[in-house]
Design a protein around this ligand. Structure first.
Ligand code: IMP
Length: 427
């Protein structure tokens, strides 16, 4: 009954796509359990590069059933354009399953996301503008539209009416925008119903039955631990739970079924959008990490903020997710530095602090305390085993492992599918 959770241990964009795809061949189901098309996975297969936002990356592995769980928010127009793009390149997408309980990102949710950010001005979150937060807000306010609502026009109309009642007041009276018409929205949503139908399923039942039959199920988190609505750097977070517990609620699988929780950890740190980031660099080292690491958002095209590895964050990720393993990515990007700073603690108002402070004020004041590890200059992209790595790279990995509190079971040494060193098998 191997049920693995794979999630970002930092602020997202750690290279989950590569890790998921590496496991894809031996995995029967790959499940997304939260988020929507705010995520961005780049998966390299042979000489082909795929950028996925909403679809689970297992869609590229022929034997694997990709599943969009109940905890995901789905923009049908994005779903179809992603499916069309893959079909045009010869990828079979017919096995996809989508929970009837997943919520739909409606056009008005996208509008509200954009106008709210504009309204916040310099206090903005820096969202991806895809309507993610407003869709989850509707879900929690119990005025959301679910995929299953597309199959009952009368219910759909009532629900869209309920959702737009308050929003139109807000749009016209606060944001100075035109009201959105119920009929137009209903018509647009109904237009998706037929094409979606073959994919809609009781995914909770399917996944639990699969686990009873000893199938391998991989739960793939979008975003990352510090973007979690409960455990992240609130309010500069996404509106769902990428942390491990989210896999249970977002897919309908009990915590006793989860066998392994793997944190994807970049060998340095990046984040997009606003919010605190203690090891952020504003100098040529930051520019170099951005350039060498190709640190530009897959979804928004924004440059990512870059900084050194932060062990305080890694320890926190181990704790809140109950991590059993790490997959360390992009180690090759650090090749060429004489010394590599690693943040081992924070200094907050003159005190040394070893663990992530629970107070946001403290976290905003946190200054990194660095240890300097010796770098390496040899090309490591051809390394196939841990012993192929230069001694200093081995020591860097061992030091990170010790500081972070869980074994590093795989290391990414290049963007390609096979440029990975496996130390312990995940299965
Ligand atoms: P939202 O998810 O669009 O509401 O954006 C909220 C915050 O999460 C912003 O800082 C985004 O830049 C960030 N974010 C959302 N999705 C991702 C992702 O996949 N990787 C990294 N950051 C993300």
């Amino acid at each position: 009954m191997p049920a693995l959770v794979l999630l970002g241990a930092q602020w997202g964009d750690e290279g989950k796509g590569k890790a998921t795809d590496l496991l894809g061949g031996s995995v029967d189901y790959v499940v997304r359990y939260q988020g929507g098309n705010n995520a961005g996975h780049t998966v390299v297969v042979g000489d082909q590069k795929y950028a996925l936002h909403l679809l689970p990356s297992g869609i590229l592995s022929p034997g694997c059933t990709p599943v969009i769980g109940n905890g995901v928010v789905v923009d049908p127009s994005v779903l179809f354009s992603e499916l069309n793009g893959l079909n045009d390149r010869g990828v079979d997408t017919s096995k996809l399953l989508i929970s009837g309980n997943a919520h739909i990102i409606t056009p008005y949710n996208v509008t509200v996301d954009k106008v709210t950010e504009r309204f916040l001005g310099k206090r903005k979150i820096g969202t991806t503008g895809r309507g993610i937060g407003p869709t989850y807000a509707d879900k929690i306010n119990r005025v959301g539209i679910r995929i299953q609502d597309l199959y009952d026009e009368s219910i759909l109309t009532q629900k869209v009416e309920a959702a737009l009642d308050g929003k139109n007041q807000l749009l016209t009276k606060v944001f100075n925008r035109r009201a959105i018409e119920v009929g137009q929205v209903v018509e647009e949503l109904l237009g998706y119903a037929d094409r979606l139908k073959p994919y809609v399923a009781d995914t909770v039942l399917v996944l639990n039955q699969a686990l009873e039959q000893d199938k391998v199920v991989l739960f793939e988190g979008g975003q990352g631990t510090l973007l979690d609505i409960d455990h992240g750097t609130y309010p500069f977070v996404t509106s769902s739970n990428p942390t491990a517990g989210g896999a249970c609620t977002g897919a309908g699988v009990g915590p006793t079924k989860i066998s392994r929780v793997i944190g994807i950890l970049k060998a340095y740190t990046t984040r997009v959008g606003s919010g605190p980031f203690p090891t952020e660099l504003f100098d040529e080292d930051g520019d170099a990490l951005r350039r060498i690491g190709g640190e530009r958002g897959v979804t928004t095209g924004r440059d990512r903020r870059c900084g050194w590895f932060d062990a305080v964050i890694a320890r926190y990720a181990t704790r809140v997710n109950g991590l059993t393993d790490f997959f360390l990515t992009k180690l090759d990007v650090l090749t060429g530095w004489e010394q590599i700073p690693v943040c081992v603690a924070y200094e907050i108002d003159g005190r040394r602090v070893e663990e992530l402070p629970y107070s946001q004020t403290d976290f905003h004041h946190a200054k990194p305390v660095y240890e300097y590890l010796p770098g390496w200059s040899e090309d490591i992209t051809k390394a196939k085993s841990f012993s192929d790595l230069p001694k200093n790279a081995q020591d860097y990995v061992k030091a990170l492992e010790e500081m972070s509190g869980a074994p590093i079971s795989a290391i990414g040494v290049g963007p390609g599918r096979d440029e990975t060193i496996e130390i312990n098998s995940f299965l």
